[in-house]
Write a protein that binds this ligand. Structure first.
Ligand code: ATP
Ligand code: MG
Length: 131
């Protein structure tokens, strides 16, 4: 996809025999029909979250999105902020107070579900294993 977007002057996108978009790579990439047909609908979007434990800030402006049928892996060393990110997504923690807090948000889009529905935090019995 990156190569197509880089080398093309114009793109004509078809889906099931019908034109769904045409234009510059930027225009086609932003086209909603193309996104739904080929890039996948955004199921989870995290935008600019700053998260604190009391006065201790542990996340700064974290943003990413996960599309339909896509697997996204969150990696980081111990204490990097993985669990904090997931706790914020599930609503156990609330983003706030940082410079980007006014625009910070977490949104989900699951079929038939409302805002932020469908994401819960489940603690594994016995906790985590070091193995
Ligand atoms: N309840 C808490 N109160 C204060 N600080 C916390 C709390 N939970 C986590 N932290 C701190 O927040 C930072 C991020 O921790 P977090 O647990 O999100 O990291 P992690 O990437 O999940 O680490 P690990 O790989 O060890 O699970 C660390 O500096 C941690 O010490
Ligand atoms: Mg963790």
């Amino acid at each position: 996809m990156h190569v197509i977007m880089t080398i093309s002057d114009r793109i004509h996108a078809i889906n099931f025999g019908q034109t769904i978009a045409e234009g510059t790579p930027k225009e086609v990439a932003a086209n909603q029909a193309v996104i739904e047909a080929y890039l996948g609908r955004t199921m989870l979007k995290v935008s600019g979250i700053d998260v604190f434990y009391g006065d201790l800030q542990v996340l700064w402006d974290v943003s990413f999105e996960v599309r339909d049928k896509e697997i996204l892996v969150l990696v980081g060393a111990n204490g990097a902020g993985k669990s904090t990110t997931l706790k914020t997504i599930s609503g156990l923690l609330t983003p706030g107070r940082g410079p980007s807090s006014s625009t910070a948000s977490v949104s989900t889009s699951f079929p038939g579900q409302g805002h932020r529905a469908g994401v819960v935090h489940v603690r594994r019995p016995g906790g985590c294993s070091a193995r």
